[in-house]
Design a protein around this ligand. Structure first.
Ligand SMILES: C[S@@+](CC[C@H](N)C(=O)[O-])C[C@H]1O[C@@H](n2cnc3c(N)ncnc32)[C@H](O)[C@@H]1O
Length: 307
């Protein structure tokens, strides 16, 4: 099963596989189309490094829909000793299922969790965070992260919570169209770059500022406190991450949109600029990143500055 699933994913990494391909593979392997499709799905969901040789494909099938971290944890339990049956693994998975819970319950290994934010964010309960301040990747392939984040944020923010996202100017039209309705678009804060001016090729624009899109869940609680919509930034150090942002705008928004002790969340946290700012200002930082090295870096350094 593994080899055929990996073969299909290698030659057809995205989407559609022609019926003729399945027919021909069926003749060669003796497998039904449904088995081939299943092999493809499982192989896609479970990375090579996560698979356990001493466990069957069926064991892996049980854990395939889980986030990577949890797949590892369940497979390690199943391989034992003692080695568990598929049925025992299913029962264990059910018993230990992570249901919606508080950030503190989910962040058992540190303020930053490793994994895909779109899979991990829905695990938080309603009203978990006061502010989500984040900076998803800018390229077209990742643009959907913006509207997906807005849609999940609506649930996990407290009623008067705020969501602030750096956004690429070229994508604003599409982002705002697709974010429509789930949270209220409130304002755009301009972050004035310092340092060299970048050129936006194909648009003929010299880029002097970056938009921070601001959404609210229900409105502004502190409507007497005015928030500036123009922040003069500093050049980020970019010591740890190629896309590192300056701490200036994170600190400004955290200070003016939350109170000490509030929970601040960055689901695409990279080198942890938001989280270090939150900690500095006495807020509780929580983050996610898909790259293990950033997760380890931020967890280690936040712990250090805690101790
Ligand atoms: C623009 S960078 C954030 C940089 C950050 N603001 C800083 O100051 O270091 C975007 C981050 O999102 C992470 N990322 C990309 N896709 C992701 C996903 N689906 N789930 C979680 N993190 C993701 C990348 O690994 C990267 O670190």
């Amino acid at each position: 099963m593994w080899w055929i699933g990996d073969w299909l994913n290698h030659w057809y990494p995205e989407g559609y596989v022609d019926r003729k391909v399945y027919n021909r593979l069926g003749e060669v392997t003796g497998m039904a189309k449904s088995q081939l499709k299943l092999a493809r799905t499982i192989c896609k969901s479970i990375k090579l490094m996560t698979r356990v040789i001493n466990l069957s494909f069926k064991h892996h099938r049980v854990v395939a829909s889980e986030p990577e971290e949890r797949q590892r944890e369940l497979l390690a339990w199943a391989v034992g000793p003692p080695r568990r049956t598929v049925r025992e693994l299913m029962a264990h998975k059910k018993r230990t299922a992570i249901t919606e819970s508080d950030p503190d319950d989910l962040h058992i290994d540190g303020p930053v969790r490793w994994g895909d934010a779109l899979k991990l964010m829905p695990q938080y309960s309603e009203n978990s965070f006061h502010l989500i301040f984040t900076d998803p990747p800018y390229d077209r392939d990742h643009l959907k992260l913006y509207w997906e984040t807005v849609s999940i944020a609506e649930k996990i923010l407290v009623p008067y919570g705020n969501l602030v996202m750096y956004a690429p100017n070229y994508g604003l039209e599409e982002i705002l169209k697709k974010c429509n309705g789930e949270m209220r678009y409130w304002w755009t804060i301009a972050m004035k770059h310092s340092g060299k001016t970048a050129r936006q090729e194909g648009k003929g624009v010299l880029v002097e500022w970056k938009p921070l899109l601001w959404f609210v869940k229900t409105g502004r609680l502190e409507d007497k406190e005015y928030i500036r919509d123009f922040i003069v930034s500093q050049e980020p150090e970019k010591k740890v991450h190629a896309w590192e942002q300056s701490h200036v705008e994170a600190e400004y928004c955290i200070e003016h949109m939350t109170r000490p002790g509030d929970k601040v969340f960055d689901p695409f946290c990279g080198s942890g600029t938001t989280l270090f700012a939150a900690q500095k200002l006495g807020r509780k930082p929580f983050g996610i990143d898909i790259e293990r090295e950033y997760v380890d870096y931020v967890n280690a350094n936040l712990e250090q500055s805690n101790s």
